[in-house]
Structures are given as C-alpha cells and as structure tokens.
Ligand binder design. Sequence first.
Ligand code: CP
Length: 322
Amino acid sequence: MAISKKARPFEWARKHLLGLRELSRDELLYVLDTAAGFEEVSKREVKKTPALRGKLIVNLFFEDSTRTRNSFTLAASRLSADVINFTSKESSVSKGESLLDTARNLEALGVDIVIIRHNAGGAPTFLSRNINACVVNAGDGYCEHPTQGLLDAYTIRKHKGGLKGLKIAIVGDIAHSRVARSDMWAMTKLGAEVIFVGPPTLMPAEVGKLPVTVSYSLDDCIEKIDVINMLRIQFERQSGNPFPSVREYSHYFGLTVDRMKRAKPDIMVMHPGPINRGLEMESEVADGKNSVILEQVSNGVAVRMAALFLVNQAAAQKATEK
Ligand code: CP
C-alpha cells in the first residue's frame, strides 16, 4: 500500500533513541518514512549504502536476543558501519566491571553508537548522560523497546496505509512487557485505539494512567479488533504465579484457531517473538494467512537502519554547532 511521503517541517535532532514516549507524532512518522527509504536498499542486489562508512557501532547486550541483535548487526552492515558484538556473558562484566566502565572502554576503542539491551530499566538513559557516543535502546527492563514499537507501527502502516482509527489489542503479559509500552506510545500517537487485554495480575499497576482501554476478556473484543499483538508470558520476570495454570491461561487468552474464526477476516496477527507456541497462540495461527510475524522481523532491518542513520546525523549536526 502506498504511503504519503510529505516533507515534514523539521529536522531530526535526537542523537539518542531511548524511548517512544518522548517522541512526537511527526518524529515517529519521520523515522517510518526514513525506514521506507532504507527498505529499498534491502531489495537491491548489492544491499549496501555508505551512509555510516567509517563509523563504529557496538551491540552491548546484557540479555539474550535473536531478532534485535541480529537485525541491528545487519542494519549496521547495510549502512557500511563496523560492528562489535558484545555479550555480557563473555566479557569482563563477569569479573565485576561496571556498565559505565564497560561503555567508556568501548568508547576508547572509537565507538560512535552504543546499542544497549539491559534488564535494568533506565540503563540506556543513564549511559546517554555519561558517554559521548549516541545511545540506542534495544530494550530496557519493562520500560521500552523503541525499535520494536517502530517496526510494529511500520508493519501495520504498510498493510493498512496508516494507524488512524484502528483498534489494536495487545494481549497477555503487559506488566512485564517493554514492547507493550513502546507499541502503546507509537500506536496511540499515530491515531490508533489500543486495548490492553489480559488477566488483572498481568496488567501494570499504572494502567489507569496510560492512554489505553483495558479488557480482561479476549472473547469480548476479538470480533472488533483490526490488529492483535500477542505477547509472550515472561516467566523469567515473574515472582509468584500470575494465573492458576498455563492451560487455563491459554483457554482464556490464547489466540486459537477457534477464536480466529470470530475475528475480522483481515485481522493482522502480530507477535514480537520469541513465541511460546501452544501457550499464547496456536501454531496454525502463528503460521497462518493473517500472521505478519516474520514480516515484522524483516521490517526491523529497515527501521533499525533508519534509527542508526538518524542518531548519527543528529550527532554530526550537534558536533558542527559546537
Ligand atoms: N522482539 C525481540 O526483542 O526479540 P529478541 O529478544 O529475540 O531480540
């Protein structure tokens, strides 16, 4: 579907991408439009552009990742940057080195952009205040996962032409989900109605202050929604049991073939991954005709190319102003 690329009346000025809460609607659209341009690069025979040639990027990951880390690596490579892949398990963090010392040592190696995933909420913001390099948040605690929110919005926009007026359900473990929060900020700013769906025990304490409606029943909303984003139950972040049994959770909140029969024929089925097949969704749905789950992963490359390109451009602009 064609997307309007009207010139937007400002320049991108952020040298860090920390979250979507602080981004305006125009900034969100600017990233999505920039990503649309980079998607074209990924379709070329030679999938490279020299935009970040000579720049050094580090993937500073303190948590495991399949999609985010590999797609940032690919995005950096397509922009012709050099990439260091750092994982805390194989580093001197195990000997007691702090986050800041780690980042400063990487800066001493000439790093221009730090992409950080950390289980502590606020770690990317902390780094952005204490190092000179650009910082891009690849997921911090329960707080934000901005490039996931952007790639989700990008995927919906590609299919539906825009987000305005869409009803989007985000289902499951909202309380522990940084994806739910980044999605919520992006989707509501772009004009969608977001419904958080799940048991009360998996809703965030602050849900009443968020720009969403809440439903405790997937059956009550399945017929009226345009997009459904199923979240993984984050067992590794749970303390206590948020529901009596996995079977009971699946019965009430799982996206099953039977439930899909009641959904709109063109409902978009999304999942940020990794999927617990048979728990939050049946395999037939995850791999079915409404699923855009692997397309989300593909779109992540263009979106991350846009994020890296824009923060680098803002840093260069700020350097010339000094
Ligand atoms: N969606 C997502 O963040 O997946 P990874 O944990 O594999 O990066």
